[in-house]
Write a protein that binds this ligand. Sequence first.
Ligand SMILES: [Zn+2]
Ligand SMILES: [Zn+2]
Length: 356
Amino acid sequence: MDVFVCGRCGAELTVAVERVALPVHAHQRYGCDLMPVLMESGTYAVDPEPSGWPWRPWAEVTADEAAARGLFAPVPVLSFGPAGAVVVAPSDTRGTVVIPERRGGFCCGLDGRDGPNLACEGCGQAVATLLDDHARWRAVWLDPEAVSRIPDVAPSRPPDTWDTLLRDRPGTPPRDGLGWWEPEWYAAVGFALAHLLAMSGGVPVGVPDGLVAQTFRRALRVLLPAGPPRLTLALAGPGLPEEPGAGLLLVPQHPQTAGTWRPEAPPKAPEPDVVPIPFDVWRHMAFPAGKAPMPVSGRLPDGVLRDDYPSLPPPTQFRPDERLFFATLARLPEVRTPWLRAFYDRHHERPYAVGF
Ligand SMILES: [Zn+2]
Ligand SMILES: [Zn+2]
């Protein structure tokens, strides 16, 4: 576990936190309401991409400079700021104060538009940005040039195995407390859909019934030509039987390492193409309500009624996060293939008009 301290005076700015993967929905903007906290308490993640000032328009950047920042298709502006911003839960920070003249946003909270809005209480250096306005996942982003990491202040535990995750990590059910789709699901499917489109080669893809169909099928009708499927997407991962014949596998992405689950292919067999989706969503697609991944004993006693929301999908139409879909596509090297680049160029400036 690590602690982050002020780079100027050494004051501790966080409690001890353990590194996990950057959530796919870290930069999602959703709706007009307050959002939950992005990071689980006791954890942190690092954004590998540059962030913040200075910004340069796409027209002034060479293809090599863009590729070095992980971008393979045009975006309006690119950050040439430092890479490696660190994100933690607001409750895990210590010794910071709000900088009064940087209170930008302030509809429901701060949105960081004026730059870092938290200073070190000890020396006054600007060290982080608190995001807690509507539509943004609540988080504190530490400026990588203003803080230092003190490693190994307490022993870290090894990442969970897939079997441990399946046993202990409940994931994110499709339905939120009010009965709507979880915003995390829109982000996860937008992310996976970009990978799926890139691997499809532009031919019709069939998907299994159930939650995968409910979340992917409508968007695939918009993105790919009509006709009988020439490729099939199947769910695969820990606890699931093998699906022979599927050309594409929808597999979980590890929440701590960001590694992708891979089937144990016999030696020399070609590796099947895998489409990653965050484990917390995959879990509920693979094992929908009522289908436990392992045998359970007992049942509710007679006369006891459940009063929690059934973990069924909401009745409303599902719409993958278009902005996250295009942002993911721009970061896949496959976007340089002519058919995909032509699609990207037609739609990326107006992602909502793509018609999911
Ligand atoms: Zn607001
Ligand atoms: Zn300081």
